[in-house]
Design a binder for this molecule. Structure first.
Ligand code: PEP
Length: 255
């Protein structure tokens, strides 16, 4: 049984004070909620503030990206030990905005996943096709290529903590979303691809859907057998919307 997971990607939004307030509202709104793992990924400048708000709660702190090296001459980058030191337990890797605007490659995402696992950070590896790839009928080929690269060289047993977020790029921040059935079909493909390198451990990997998730559509994804939660962008900036999404996942995850 895979525990449902709902992760918030706040992207490049919020300075420290509003970030702390939003985290506090979410902590209060989810107090006592059991059966769903929640991760908040604020911008790097707000990690310490949000870490303080989350201390003593079951909500995990995550980062939005990181470098694969432990230290070195990589101006502007943050390393795995730096994230651990800041209180992070998880990190989003290979988000489509990182791939599109900052040149992240499949190979780089693989290095980052290996580095995250080595430092006991939960990697949330993002995969997904662009609109033109979908229209060309290459969704499956793109997703399989990205998943294989993300797990290349990783120890099979260590991959049990991996999280893969299937985020069709055309659905991110657009208000358009995949249907639950289509997302589930791709999630099943992701799991089969993971099984090539991780064997039975693939059954323990959590697969999220991401792309314009709201309280109104989360139910459609949570009812799918291969989908274990969501990576939420825009709606995670609204405490009440995010709380409603996490509560829905808790209900879906209870026996
Ligand atoms: C994201 O950025 O990972 C995302 C899913 O964004 P949104 O929910 O706004 O589509």
């Amino acid at each position: 049984m895979r525990a449902p997971l709902i992760a918030a990607n706040w992207k490049m939004h919020m300075t420290r004070e509003p970030a702390g307030r939003l985290a506090g509202d979410i902590v209060r709104g989810l107090a006592g909620l059991d059966g769903v793992q929640v991760v908040l990924c604020p911008p790097a400048t707000a990690l310490d503030v949000v870490a303080r708000v989350l201390a003593g709660t079951p909500i995990l702190l995550g980062a939005q990206t990181m470098h694969w090296e432990t230290q070195g001459a990589y101006t502007g980058e943050l390393s795995p030990p730096m994230l651990v030191d800041a209180g992070c337990r998880a990190v989003i890797l290979g988000h489509s905005e990182r791939r599109r605007y900052f040149g992240e490659t499949d190979d780089g995402v693989g290095k980052k996943v290996r580095a995250a696992l080595a430092h006991r950070l939960v990697p949330i590896a993002c995969v997904g096709e662009r609109l033109e790839e979908r229209e060309a009928g290459s969704t499956d080929a793109v997703v399989v290529r990205q998943v294989r690269a993300a797990v290349a060289g990783s120890d099979a047993e260590a991959l049990s903590s991996l999280v893969v977020a299937y985020e069709p790029v055309w659905a991110i921040g657009t208000g358009r979303h995949a249907t639950g059935r289509e997302a589930d079909r791709v999630a099943a493909l992701i799991r089969r691809t993971l099984a090539e390198s991780a064997g039975p451990v693939a059954g323990r990997v959590r697969i999220l859907y991401g792309g314009s998730v709201t309280p109104g559509n989360i139910g459609e994804f949570l009812e799918q057998p291969e989908i274990d939660g969501a990576l939420v962008g825009g709606a995670s900036l609204d405490a009440q919307a995010f709380i409603a999404i996490a509560r829905a996942a808790c209900r879906a995850g209870s026996p």
